[in-house]
Design a protein around this ligand. Structure first.
Ligand SMILES: O=C(O)CCC(=O)C(=O)O
Ligand SMILES: [Fe+2]
Length: 326
């Protein structure tokens, strides 16, 4: 898949996205403010029964899901919606190696709204929440995204007899601060802490949310085309697949890798963008260390990509290579 090169240089992320990443000031300030303004203007006069307000679904699934939502596409004007999707999609491509998103929801949470703990069906390797909540001026308690901690997910292994733990170490809470993007692995049990205190949509928790979907193919930006990239990748990866199958521990999850190819055809940089790999529990015998078993897989893939030889060309090329272990 050929994707456009980003117009501006992007600072490399600190490391791969694993279970949770937050990015403050995600959208340009004016863009985030305009989205919030659209919401505020529709609710500014509570007595005005404009048909633009009729798109909301009061989503009630027992105690599990209680919130008020609408497809963001139906709510925002076309240009604002397109710019929002563009910002999320290009972030997903560059920083997670995911090539697209599901259509975002716009949801508000007033008194009594929450999402009880759940995992999401397979929409994609990462969920996102982009907050339009005026968090500093909020008139409610709760509203954080909560994510079960690794200590609970592997409870008996880390269990220390005689030590009690409490909620704060079982769940990580992420505040939906205005214009913060929160990205997490939706296989991890998560939810939204019940909002208490306001029934006014203008003061509610307000978020855009959805999923980054798995890349279906290699994405390429730059001088080389698919017909040159694919054979070079296949030659480098095929021997590695055999090694993975015979020598490495079985893992589940997503590994998306960025490869920068110089005009000479040499590989200049290999960076893991997303790594949600989890080692099959059956592999954890005889004191095997999970991090080591995971690293074996990642190292084999990175080494194979580093060894790839591409044809020379007039300019450099960025290649995004997705791996999915099911
Ligand atoms: O709004 C959030 O913080 C989480 C949303 C979520 O988990 C979902 O929509 O499935
Ligand atoms: Fe969820």
């Amino acid at each position: 898949k050929q994707v456009p090169r980003p117009a501006t240089a992007i600072a490399p992320p600190a490391g791969p996205c694993r279970r949770l990443l937050t990015r403050d000031d995600f959208l340009p300030a004016a863009q985030a403010a305009a989205l919030r303004r659209s919401f505020v203007s529709r609710f500014a006069d509570p007595r005005a029964a404009s048909s633009e307000r009729f798109c909301w679904d009061n989503w009630h699934v027992g105690d599990q899901y209680n919130l008020v939502r609408t497809p963001a596409e139906q709510f925002f004007d076309e240009a604002d919606y397109a710019a929002l999707c563009e910002a999320l999609t290009s972030f997903g491509q560059r920083e997670l190696g995911c090539d697209t998103i599901t259509p975002p929801w716009l949801s508000y949470y007033v008194d009594g709204c929450s999402q009880a703990l759940h995992t999401d069906a397979w929409h994609g390797p990462f969920a996102f929440v982009l907050s339009l909540t005026d968090w500093d001026a909020r008139a409610f308690t709760g509203g954080e995204t909560m994510l079960m901690t690794p200590a609970v997910l592997d409870f008996w292994r880390a269990h220390e007899p005689g030590t009690a733990i409490e909620q704060a170490s079982m769940f990580e809470l992420v505040e939906p601060r205005f214009n913060r993007l929160t990205v997490f692995d939706p296989r991890v049990p998560h939810g939204v802490r019940e909002v208490r205190g306001t029934r006014d949509p203008l003061k509610a928790r307000l978020v855009l949310h959805g999923w980054f979907t798995p890349a279906q193919s290699v994405a390429i930006a730059g001088a080389l085309g698919e017909e040159q990239v694919e054979p070079a990748l296949n030659a480098a990866l095929e021997p590695m697949y055999e090694r993975l199958g015979s020598e490495c521990a079985r893992v589940f999850g997503t590994l998306n890798v960025f490869v920068h190819v110089e005009p000479s055809g040499a590989v200049g940089d290999v960076r893991v963008l997303a790594d949600t790999l989890v080692v099959d529990r059956a592999e954890l015998v005889g004191g095997a260390n999970e991090d080591d078993l995971r690293a074996e897989n990642v190292d084999a893939i990175v080494a194979a990509l580093e060894s790839a030889c591409f044809p020379p060309s007039a300019g450099s090329t960025d290649v995004y290579v997705p791996f999915s272990f099911v």
